[in-house]
Ligand binder design. Structure first.
Ligand SMILES: C[S@@+](CC[C@H](N)C(=O)[O-])C[C@H]1O[C@@H](n2cnc3c(N)ncnc32)[C@H](O)[C@@H]1O
Length: 300
């Protein structure tokens, strides 16, 4: 084991005291401060530009090794911390970039599809390989909802299918759809970072702009650029999926297929009921508390 590294101090706090505690720790010589969820409170999908905080925060402050941290533990103002300012621990030095990369390995999705980070050789060169690195936009295949969508695309795409990926994030679903045989895809999102990420990932996967049209849903020409397609896929949360029901249904060809993910198991019945006048949705997959719904558009 290496003896070079840093020391960590961990504190429990709440949003009202976070700024004071953070700047006091920097005044005491903290090199970095990171925040973690202290109470298993998922922040599911912040809107563009939002940085919501947990109600119960674990703050981790990093200090040089060899520094005596006991005065900091003794002096931290008690009103800023919710639990006794507890743990100090040693953090061994390591090659941080490699440690982070080791967490992302090729993932097999469905029957034919692999998601491969750029630093790995595709395990099966003859498979449908998507090259994708973790970035700012959601969608690397590690989340259960994305994994279910990819497996469903693998089962649903026929040669020549055209599709819309509504809430594209990294663009993973639209790019996978094209690689699986779709003839044309549209990828839209309400977050400019997602549009940038999708364009980058399309280029990395040799997907042309002619095959994949990417744009912000707030753009004035959204309605003009989007036309009804054979397959609409949306991996967003239950609330937006409910609000978007008329929009998504209008984007489906007669008899077209709709795939919805991002909803928790207990939200499935409500969404099935919302879409019931237009689409016969059923729960076709479940993973780690998340459900995927799919179904065909009903005749008018
Ligand atoms: C859970 S991520 C899914 C990303 C990717 N499609 C996947 O399956 O991994 C949801 C995406 O939907 C976008 N989004 C949320 N609400 C939206 C809305 N009303 N219209 C368009 N995009 C939306 C978010 O910005 C985010 O990129």
């Amino acid at each position: 084991m290496t003896d070079t590294g840093w020391q960590e101090l961990r504190f429990s706090t709440v949003p009202d005291h976070l700024d004071s505690l953070e700047s006091w720790l920097f005044d005491q010589g903290a090199l970095a401060v990171t925040l973690e969820d202290n109470a298993d409170e998922p922040l599911l999908e912040p809107g563009p530009g939002e940085t919501p905080l947990w109600q119960n925060i674990k703050l981790v402050a990093l200090f040089e090794t060899g520094r005596d941290l006991s005065p900091i533990l003794a002096d931290v103002p008690s009103q800023w911390v919710t639990a006794s300012a507890a743990e100090a621990s040693f953090v061994p030095d390591q090659d941080w970039e490699r440690a982070w990369m080791a967490d992302f390995q090729p993932l097999k999705m469905g029957r034919r599809l692999w998601i491969c980070p750029s630093w790995c050789e595709p395990p099966d060169p003859d498979a449908v390989n998507i090259h994708l690195d973790p970035g700012l936009a959601f969608g690397t295949g590690t989340h259960p909802t994305t994994a279910m969508c990819l497996a469903e695309l693998d089962a649903s795409i026929r040669p020549g299918t055209n599709l819309i990926d509504y809430g594209c994030g990294s663009g993973i679903l639209a790019i996978a759809g094209l690689k699986l045989g779709a003839s044309k895809a549209f990828a839209v999102d309400n977050d400019p970072q997602a549009v940038t990420a999708t364009l980058d990932n399309a280029q990395r996967n040799a997907v042309t702009q002619e095959d994949l049209d990417v744009f912000l849903v707030s753009q004035a020409d959204t309605q003009a650029r989007l036309r009804p397609v054979d397959l609409v896929i949306a991996n967003i949360l239950a609330g937006p999926l409910e609000a978007l029901a008329p929009t998504l249904v209008n984007l489906m060809n007669p008899g077209g297929r709709l795939i919805l993910a991002g909803l928790l198991n207990e939200q499935a019945a409500g969404l099935i009921a919302t879409y019931q006048p237009w689409v016969a949705l059923t729960a076709v997959q479940e993973k780690d508390g998340w459900t995927l719904l799919a179904g065909e558009k009903l005749p008018e």
